[in-house]
Ligand binder design. Structure first.
Ligand code: UD1
Length: 421
């Protein structure tokens, strides 16, 4: 891409990757056809579709014309799904492990390969495992698989050491079919958790407290399939918002929910941007060089770790110095080495990054190391002198539908030169 253009115009955000993948896994909880709308047309959705197919489901994806890269997925779940998910899929996408909870709950057993996933830290599964064991499952690890068995799960109380998104989701999806009441304390509060619980309730589950730290689930005998639409993607929306500020542009992000990005938008306002919540979106505009703002990533409602690379990229071209603290994933500053190749002045000390803003960055070939790092590097390329080439951009395809086309629609000088990976 050639840096220099301001992002200007309107962009539509479809459903959240991090919700849609779990909604698709939740479909396993009820035999019959589940229909999910606003599902992003991204690689991770294709992988989750394959996970479900191998479990015996029929999965059909239909793209919605003009839908901002979103579409409808139809999932036909058999009476008796198979229960094994192989390493070739889990290795490509860690979120494949979200079939564990629904399979144990509905089928009484599951064999799910242990994941690899993004290169952003150790990402343990201890809370998923301990929670399922509390619910009465027996879990062993053998030959690279987690093997879980439980004739019928039974309600219990679970205290999570950390409000893990994935563990909260897996445990809620297991508890909905358990016998009795389950209370999950220190639960994650992300909008994607609320979305999953809303769909589960529409399927017949009884869940109280999603969006708070205590989720109470009263188990039911069976669930029924539903039609449901995914919550808008706050991380994609936040990426556009930060991109607008970095490039001193003016963007309306259609369908974005300001309340899901409150801290991030507040930071952009502190940086000097005009930020307006619209009835169906967010308007972000910037006329001057942004000011550096300190940022601390935390579980929701804190600043999202998935926007941290974009925040570092923003600070790299702002006035002053920013301290960016990463509290959720160790290793998430690895992409900074690539940003430094673009001339960013960043010093890492443990989970802190000190970023001294520069007037401009300078183009170079860089390598995307994961989805969000890739998006951060692309934003950095938009404010670099000359032509920046971002390699391994297939990582970005995992999370951003039509990213290049949408950037072009906003006036960026960007093109895809070859499909790698
Ligand atoms: C999800 C999102 C990811 C986002 C993250 C935090 C999906 C597909 N991915 O990931 O984009 O960055 O939430 O908002 O939804 N941990 C453990 N043991 C566990 C579980 C987690 O130690 O059993 C640790 C992880 O290593 C990490 C932290 O807890 O350091 C947060 O992880 P978690 O909230 O579970 O993230 P994911 O669900 O993997």
């Amino acid at each position: 891409m050639t840096g220099g253009a301001a992002l200007t115009g309107r962009v539509r955000v479809t459903g959240a990757k991090n919700s849609a993948l779990k909604l698709m896994a939740a479909a396993l909880l009820a035999p019959g056809r589940t229909t999910i709308d606003e599902v992003p047309d991204i690689l991770d959705v294709a992988i989750m579709s394959e996970v479900l197919r191998r479990l015996g489901c029929g999965v059909d994806y239909q793209r919605t014309p003009g839908g901002g890269g979103g579409g409808r997925v139809l999932i036909d779940v058999p009476e008796q799904p198979s229960t094994e998910t192989d390493y070739d899929l889990v290795r490509k996408m860690r979120a494949s492990i979200s079939v564990l909870g629904p399979l144990v709950a509905r089928c009484g057993s599951a064999r799910v390969a242990l994941p690899g996933g993004d290169a952003i830290g150790s990402r343990g599964l201890d809370m998923h495992i301990a929670g399922l064991e509390r619910l009465g499952a027996t879990i062993v690890s053998e030959h690279g698989f987690l093997v879980a068995t439980a004739p019928r799960l039974s309600g219990t109380s679970i205290w999570l050491d950390f409000p893990s998104v994935g563990a909260t989701e897996n445990l809620v999806m297991a508890a909905v079919l358990a016998e009795g009441t389950t209370v999950i304390d220190n639960a994650a509060r992300e909008p994607e958790i609320v979305d999953l619980c809303t769909m589960l309730c529409a399927m017949g589950a009884r869940i109280d407290g999603p969006g708070t730290s205590t989720i109470t689930v009263e188990g039911v005998e069976a669930l029924a399939p539903v039609s449901y639409a995914t919550v808008p993607d706050r991380i994609v929306a936040g990426t556009w918002a930060i991109g607008a500020v970095m490039t001193r542009g003016d963007v309306v992000i259609e369908r974005a929910v300001a309340g899901h990005l409150a801290v991030a938008l507040d930071k952009l306002a502190d940086a000097g941007a005009t930020v307006e919540a619209l009835p169906d979106g967010i308007h972000v505009a910037m006329t001057e060089r942004p000011r550096c703002v300190d940022i601390v990533t935390l579980p929701f409602p804190g600043f999202p770790t998935d926007l941290q690379p974009m925040a570092v990229a923003l600070a790299a071209v702002s006035t002053g110095t920013a301290l960016i603290t990463e509290n959720v994933f160790e290793g998430r500053f690895m992409f900074v080495n690539e940003l430094v190749r673009l001339g960013a002045a960043v010093r890492i000390d443990g989970h802190h990054a000190v970023v001294r803003g520069r007037e401009r960055l300078s183009s170079a070939p860089v390598v995307a190391t994961d989805i969000r790092a890739g998006a951060g590097l692309i934003l950095a390329g938009l404010v670099s002198d000359g032509v920046t080439e971002v390699q391994e951009v297939h990582h970005v395809d995992r999370g951003y539908p039509d990213f290049v086309q949408q950037l072009q629609g906003l006036g960026a000088q960007v093109r895809r030169t070859q499909r790698d990976g």
